[in-house]
Design a protein around this ligand. Sequence first.
Ligand code: ADP
Ligand code: MG
Ligand code: MG
Length: 253
Amino acid sequence: MALLEIKNLHASLEDEDKEILKGIDLTIQPGEVHAIMGPNGSGKSTLSYVLAGRDGYEVTEGSVTFGGKDLLELEADERANEGLFLAFQYPVEIPGVPGMTFLREALNSKRKYHEQEELDAMQFLKLVREKAKSLEMGDDMLKRAVNVGFSGGEKKRNEILQMAVLEPMLCVLDETDSGLDIDALKIVADGVNALRDTGRSMLVITHYQRLLNYIQPDHVHVMAYGKIQKSGGKELALELEEKGYADFTGKAA
Ligand code: ADP
Ligand code: MG
Ligand code: MG
């Protein structure tokens, strides 16, 4: 059974009645890594928000099943508890509030949902330490009481750690930040690769091909004008790096 099956998904902005997604079809099997690339404004981030269940979007047509369930029927927190993880969903940086508090709450919410016992502070810290170690991350980051002043690389590291702790079935990474330096890119790529698993799928959304130099996707899709215009293997990413998106920006869908 496919982990995620999107069929003819149309979605609009609630306020403006403006259609952004114009018939997306995408199937992700367990363990697959898919990349979505495409020019700015093509609807990539909108797709991730609609999947995560963010407010402000209205699905007008189509269906999405996740692990066999109707995803669109679930609230955002239920989607997370079912194993959908959107990087950037949890605040990494809130002045005065330790980031780990959010992560523990998210994890315990998920455990409760699956009728598992919640972890106390000590158990949680132990788990986080283990995960950090398995990702070859030092625990200096964990010692910081307040999660402010993180560099770009440290924020990425934090997000990867969140992913490792929450153990999602599907990780959606929307790599919007074009300002990432090569170290931060590598942190993301190493983390994604370390968390790759036969039972875990990834949807990596990126405007830039270079991230895919470090993450080898099983499938690459080009999105433009709210639709997937072309799909292929990892060679498609290389082709795009060479030719750019010109083939996809000339025609209105
Ligand atoms: P991408 O991530 O591919 O750059 P987006 O999903 O961010 O594309 O945006 C797709 C289109 O929807 C763009 O034209 C953008 O201006 C518009 N859009 C998305 N979200 C909003 C919003 N909240 N308010 C107004 N326009 C939006
Ligand atoms: Mg496939
Ligand atoms: Mg975007």
